[in-house]
Design a protein around this ligand. Sequence first.
Ligand code: NAD
Length: 478
Amino acid sequence: MKTYQNFINGDFARSEGDGGLEVTNPSTGEIVSRVPESTEEDLARALEAAETAQVEWAKRPPIERANALREVSKLLRENVDHLARVIVEEQGKVLGLAEVEVTFTADYIDYMAEWARRIEGEIIPSDRQGESIFLFRQPIGVVGGILPWNFPFFLVARKMAPALVCGNAIVLKPSEETPNNAFEFCKLIQEAGLPAGLVNVLSGSGAGVGKALAESDRIGMISFTGSVETGSKIMASAAKNITKVNLELGGKAPAIVLHDADIDLAVTAIKSSRIINSGQVCNCVERIYVHEKVADEFTEKLSKAMAEARCGDPLKDTTVDYGPMINRQGFEKVDAMVKTALSEGAQACTGGSRENVEGDGYFFQPTVLSQCKHEMEIIRKEIFGPVAPVVTVADLDEAIACANDSDYGLTSSIYTRDLRTAMRACHEIRFGETYINRENFEAIQGYHAGCRKSGIGGADGKHGLYENLQTHIVYLQN
Ligand code: NAD
């Protein structure tokens, strides 16, 4: 069995908590590694190292910071196979998707590195004679990052790359479920020669080291990706020191399929949205509002397509379409939600229960539920599984009213051939992102951000980068 140690001040460091957490392969139930349950002392050392490293790092010309990051992305590209297998073993996504996760991560780092020369301040005209007003954009200092398990490798870079380009250092806590790939990432950070202390990774529980990191008065921002429930706790922790929060939380993405939609396109995109990563993706379709004129055709075609999806252990069978749920808790949550929906009158057009796959993994059948009503739990709560609940609506107005009536506001999608309808819907739907006639997946240069309980602030592109900076205004009187 593998063991990993925390990455602090450029090295793998001993901790009293070494071996305190077990990491399990969700396809087999086997324990694959032991990692530290980090202590407060580990966190103090990591923060100290980050503070020291940041001072020198911020003085370096931005292009040097960018070039140092490009050394990391180069090494990621040289190690795709190995990294992808580590991700699959602890997280359960299919190998092809894990490979894409690694190469996308390298692209993401390169994209953020491109920004180094473009972080600009402003010169503002003064009302006073002889005065100049300068607005500088400065680093925040040390950023704290807390990660979920669903795209664990990419999320290391989504926090780290913009933070470092802007002249910050970072202390990261990966999910208890998926720390191994983060430590493999650290090996390459070390090999690439990034200054010691700039990136520190500590494994451990949310209630332990995660909470301590969010409560620390030594960080300038806590950047969190995960559930709404934890996001709320992190805000409370950050409130102690009025620490800036950046929260990327859960979603309940509606897909609206109108009577003039390309039904085959909608079926393909929505199926892939429910199957990718076993339906465990924050931005993917979680509820479908279909126009009554095409409801039967759409539901029949979606059910047929979903029924063809095969799941299994992605390391044993590289041809499966999707793997297991992350853990027993995730599996039981999906199972209970489907059972409740069926008891409330939904109909399983395909699937609806545990998949009959050999081994101890947490596999759920690809499932389509018709006859759902907007008030049902399955339409209101995040499922995070390969389940597509369908609600029939009379028109676009009803679809938009239902879509907006949600605690969540991350992503949404619309299928129609009429551009005017699409634009009207975009103006009326209140979500951070809307995809028109395409699958839900954000671009590096976009801005991934939700409204309502889906978060505060965002990631990616120029606006995501700028979250890692603070303004400093200077008045110079001549
Ligand atoms: P989670 O909230 O259970 O855990 C996320 C992280 O928070 C883990 O590292 C955990 O240890 C830590 N944590 C738990 N309690 C804590 C506390 N009190 N203080 C500090 N840290 C604490 O989420 P998860 O199950 O790992 O991930 C799934 C969720 O993440 C889903 O809701 C999904 O929608 C969301 N997500 C959102 C995005 C986005 O960009 N909006 C992306 C990926 C996942």
